[in-house]
Design a protein around this ligand. Structure first.
Ligand code: 13P
Length: 341
């Protein structure tokens, strides 16, 4: 393992003014997104849609540092036969790959899950590296509810995240470590804070025990937010202040960067929160985005499966990428959204 090379890639992934496009929806998840815009999900429509995003040259070259791909996409070619991964590299962005295989019910813990995919991971990482991937992603899912999460679920998920991260580094691939505490439920922001604190502490404990080099990874956490159906919704300032306090308490300064998931926040909320955190400033790590839905909801709507709408889809994607790029430097303002509209 060449740690200084891993560190260089990790820093490039969180370049100031840039962030990550999470385009790694599994076939099941992308089908849900396409259902919402009444587009049939086929290998070809998935390819066309993602090709449209990767050919958004302004967004890709100015605002996007890296793209997380799904296994199908990393082997796919554009309409003209160019590998999709090459479009990303030519735009100056780094290709990454989702390597977890989704969640499974966790034995003994009703209602809780554990992420699968460690078997044969070492061999798969080798193939992805040869294909051009320089970072990977593994998502652990922790749900908040009555009597959950259990200590068991937090522990096994953190353990798997660390096993994945160690294997990545050995394959010269930067691991994105993603322990996601879901925002579903009516819990308040304090409860989200407390659960996320336990999850992050256990995750870093496992990373240390399994000898993961913190300089060669990127953390992808949730923010401290109110549950979606909580009657008392925290303000943008409260989310920013609490999330920074939480991260300072749990994330060692050796980690080069933190790239948030959007997790079901609206496009503008996700941007406003990132912006407010970067306004606070004076942080030991770079803070940026690794958004899926908050970058793609608008382009999906504009594209709607029609080749004739590709330019409109690209404009919508470029706008969201631009707004989040500004937020990654604390330079976004709500008026900029209106101007573009
Ligand atoms: P969202 O931003 O839609 O939460 O997706 C990010 C991601 O990669 C989740 O694993």
């Amino acid at each position: 393992m060449n740690l200084s090379e891993l560190n260089k890639v990790a820093l490039a992934m969180v370049t100031p003014g840039k962030g990550i496009l999470a385009a790694d929806e599994s076939s099941g998840t992308i089908k849900k997104r396409f259902d919402a815009i009444k587009v049939e999900s086929t290998e070809e429509t998935r390819r066309d849609y993602r090709e449209m995003l990767f050919r958004s040259s302004e967004a890709m070259s100015k605002y996007i540092s890296g793209v997380i791909l799904y296994d199908e996409t990393i082997w796919q070619d554009a309409r003209d036969g160019t590998p999709l991964i090459k479009l990303i590299q030519e735009a100056g962005a780094i290709p990454g790959i989702k390597v977890d295989e989704g969640t499974q019910a966790l034995a003994g813990c009703p209602g809780e899950v554990v992420t699968a995919g460690l078997d044969r991971l070492a061999e798969r990482l080798k193939k992805y590296y040869e294909r051009g991937a320089r970072f990977a992603k593994w998502r652990a899912v922790i749900d908040i509810g009555k009597n959950i999460p259990s200590m068991t679920a937090i522990h096994v998920n953190a353990h798997a995240l660390a096993r994945y991260a160690a294997l990545c580094q050995e394959a010269q691939i930067v691991p994105i470590v993603e322990p996601e505490v879901l925002m579903d439920g009516d819990h308040d922001i304090e409860r989200c804070y407390e659960v996320t604190e336990r999850v992050l502490n256990e995750t870093f404990q496992q990373l240390r025990m399994q000898r993961v080099a913190l300089e060669g990874m990127v953390l992808k956490p949730n923010m401290a937010v109110s549950g979606k159906t909580c009657p008392r919704q925290a303000s943008v300032e409260q989310v920013a202040e609490k999330t920074i306090r939480l991260l300072k308490a749990c994330v060692p300064a050796a980690v080069p960067g933190i790239a948030f998931l959007s997790g079901g926040q609206s496009d503008e909320e996700a941007t406003a929160h990132l912006n407010a955190m970067n306004r606070i400033g004076n942080l030991p790590w770079r803070l940026t985005f690794s958004y899926g839905r908050a970058l793609q909801a608008a382009p999906q709507k504009a594209w709607a499966g029609k080749a004739a709408n590709a330019a409109a889809g690209q404009r919508a994607f470029t706008h969201r990428a631009h707004m989040n790029a500004l937020a990654s430097q604390g330079e976004w303002a709500r008026e900029l959204e209106k101007k573009a509209a």
